[in-house]
Write a protein that binds this ligand. Structure first.
Ligand code: MEV
Length: 310
């Protein structure tokens, strides 16, 4: 039977979420968790199934209201088309949806890769980025490009919209030991970005200075990553978290996760992603990482230890 497959990893943002939307540099890295998409012939297609998220959708079914995931799927089909046969896509994997770990970008990139294999013509890297951006725009409104760029390119990247090229690979001196934790989010990335925009318009000069500081932290973070200085990286995470709090995107559970990680011995911790709940990233290795994971799980959060840059 005819079949095609594509995969993409999740991501964490180390520095510059939100300030990247205002042109400042950001740093992101791919995670060991991801999504895989399989394309198969389906006479009812195009159909989408994401069993891990409890989802089955037929975008052509006029009786249903089209929500973001239907429209995103339809956008991916259009970007890959025209297809010679009706296709059904099944997406699966361990990446939790909607918590700031790049699930929408991984959804876009894994589906696009499967569709490209299905049609027998791969996307060039630039075509893949352009198509993934269209899908991300359905989910996020005005994405900076950070999420789908790192998810499609892999590794650890410096990203700055408007610079040419917008992304540059960062050479890590050594893999970075981290703990990632998450909880449900109270709103979407689109809403968090729009909400911050209202505050920025009310206090533009203050936020411009804050975004400059966040950009400086990203550059200092890159230097720490290139030196392999994880104590400095952790200290910069703590400051970056304070900046995100000043942006109004840190919810009570972000604060709780960060506090638990620091108390359990992490070298530093910050929210990662768009905020309002969602994910946390802490620098922690070995026994300390285990203690951080245990403390977070005891408090009811999902958590795991991993390394960035592998
Ligand atoms: C989300 O991972 C990062 C944000 O800066 C949104 C974006 O860059 O599009 C909050």
């Amino acid at each position: 039977m005819r079949m095609a497959a594509g995969a993409a990893p999740g991501k964490v943002v180390l520095f510059g979420e939100h300030s990247v939307v205002y042109g400042r540099p950001a740093v992101a890295a791919t995670l060991g968790l991801g999504l895989g998409a399989v394309a198969e012939r389906d006479p009812d297609g195009p159909t989408l199934r994401v069993p891990a998220w409890g989802l089955e959708t037929h975008p052509k079914d006029g009786k249903r209201r089209l929500d973001a995931i239907d429209r995103a799927f339809a956008t991916a089909i259009e970007a890959a088309g025209p297809l010679d046969e009706r296709v059904g896509i099944t997406v699966d994997g361990e990446l939790p949806p909607g918590v700031g770990l790049g699930s929408s970008a991984a959804f876009a990139v894994s589906i696009l890769r499967a569709l490209a294999e299905w049609r027998g013509r791969p996307f060039s890297p630039a075509e893949l980025l352009a198509a993934a951006e269209k899908v991300e725009t359905v989910f996020h409104g005005t994405p900076s490009g950070l999420d789908h760029t790192v998810v499609a390119s892999g590794g650890c990247l410096r990203f700055q919209g408007g610079s040419e090229p917008p992304f540059k690979a960062i050479r890590l001196a050594q893999p970075v030991p981290v703990v990632v934790a998450w909880t449900a989010r109270e709103g979407s990335t689109k809403a968090a970005v729009a909400d911050l925009r209202v505050r920025v318009e009310a206090h533009p000069a203050v936020y411009e200075r804050l975004f400059d500081t966040m950009g400086d932290l990203a550059e200092a973070g890159i230097a720490a990553l290139e030196r392999g200085d994880h104590a400095e990286l952790g200290a910069l995470f703590d400051i970056a978290h304070g900046c995100l709090n000043a942006c109004g995107v840190s919810g009570p559970e972000n604060e709780q996760m960060v506090r638990i990680a620091r108390r359990a011995g992490a070298l530093g911790a910050k929210l990662t992603g768009a905020g309002w709940g969602g994910a946390m990233l802490a620098v922690a290795a070995g026994d300390v990482a285990e203690a951080v994971v245990t403390a977070l799980e005891e408090a009811g959060f999902e958590a795991f230890a991993t390394q960035l840059g592998c």
